[in-house]
Design a protein around this ligand. Structure first.
Ligand SMILES: Cc1ncc(COP(=O)(O)O)c(C=O)c1O
Length: 357
């Protein structure tokens, strides 16, 4: 009988709750209003001939590389950052190798690494989800072949000090060290400034968040050109679809749209954090387009849904008991969110006396 590999048979399945997402979507860290109008105009111009052709990644790769200040051989466009993580795992991990991740973090690190047969070592974050630099350093062995770090991290919104990330990358020269900067635009800190010093360092950026293109599936993996050459061998030449490739240059060209959106999200993040603080609800200061807060009760999510607002239950993540992650959008969406949060704790099903771990 046909049977999947052992590593796949034992893989936990990951089912993000995508069904029935009607209302204000503050549950997936997406852009809550959508992409630049320039992208929509481009979409309307796509011809049947364009769709009939296999997509050509290279010219857009060049444009993205130029935008990010790297050379084209250092950039690989991918089917979202998810594919970049997958390619890194496929390129560097063998059964029995070790992959280090910090928990809680983005679920796909663990899934793609475990699917190769590698041993995934979860290093718990410190108190208040502080980045556990020393613990990571102490877990690096000769078998460590991947260290994956989201910075800012999802779901906590916390950031790791750049000097610590450099120390980690230098301490594990035989490991691919991925710094996933999916939330870069909301934080502004990047390892791209350092990465030429360290050939095992990779950086990813996505167009799913600030750019509002999650449905098109496009991201970019950046790294040393020799390493990227190996990753290209593993990748399909047609991994990024033609519609995404046609739209991306317009998305990049409309930086004022991105700036305006990001400014409103960051303002909303502060307003939400202030509201949580004044209501005594524990939360962790975030550098992403979301805030993790301990409302202490699953009822809160249902109550918010009844008010037409979707938020994400993160209570099963490591150290996140009773926690909900709330995505921020532009001002009008924050107004709606904060209006709902003005209701009494009883009305919102918020547990009393919730505290940090
Ligand atoms: C840290 C992190 N990386 C990657 C992704 C997925 O990005 P993409 O849509 O580009 O695959 C997410 C989405 O939530 C994320 O939080």
């Amino acid at each position: 009988m046909l049977s999947p590999r052992e590593a796949v048979r034992t893989l936990p399945s990951y089912h993000p709750p995508l069904g029935g997402r009607e209302g204000l979507r503050l549950d997936f860290n997406e852009n809550t209003v959508g992409c630049s109008p320039r992208v929509l105009a481009r979409l309307r111009q796509i011809s049947p001939e364009q769709l009939a052709r296999y997509p050509e990644r290279e010219p857009v790769e060049k444009a993205v590389a130029e935008f990010l200040g790297v050379s084209p051989p250092e950039a690989l466009l991918t089917n979202g950052v998810d594919e970049a993580i997958h390619l890194l795992c496929e390129t560097y991990l063998e059964p029995g190798d070790e992959a280090l991740i910090v928990v809680p973090t983005y679920s796909m690190f663990r899934i793609y690494a475990a699917a190769t047969g590698a041993r995934v070592i979860e290093v718990p974050a410190g108190s208040d989800f502080r980045f556990p630099t020393e613990d990571i350093l102490s877990r690096i062995t000769s078998r460590t072949r991947l260290i994956a770090i989201a910075n800012p991290n999802n779901p906590t919104g916390t950031v790791a000090p750049q000097q610590d990330l450099l120390r980690i990358a230098r301490s594990a020269p035989s490991a691919a060290v991925l710094i996933d900067e999916a939330y870069f635009e909301f934080c502004g800190l990047s390892m791209l400034d350092y990465w030429r010093e360290i050939p095992n360092l990779f950086v990813t950026r996505t167009f799913s968040k600030a750019y509002g293109l999650a449905g098109l599936r496009i991201g970019v993996l950046l790294g040393d050109q020799d390493q990227i050459r190996s990753l290209r061998r593993v990748s399909s030449p047609y991994n990024v679809n033609g519609v995404a490739l046609a739209c991306l240059p317009d998305a990049l060209a409309d930086q004022s749209y991105i700036r305006e959106y990001v400014d409103e999200v960051c303002e909303g993040r502060k307003r939400l954090q202030d509201t949580l603080k004044s209501n005594g609800i524990p939360f962790w200061p975030s550098q992403g387009n979301f805030v993790l807060a301990r409302f202490g009760s699953p009822e809160f999510i249902q109550k918010m849904r009844q008010r037409g607002i979707l938020v994400r239950d993160r209570s099963s993540d490591h150290g996140c008991e009773g926690c909900v992650r709330i995505t921020l959008g532009p001002r009008l969406h924050t107004d709606r969110l904060l209006a709902a949060l003005q209701e009494t704790p009883q009305e919102l099903g918020i547990a009393q006396g919730v505290s940090k771990p």
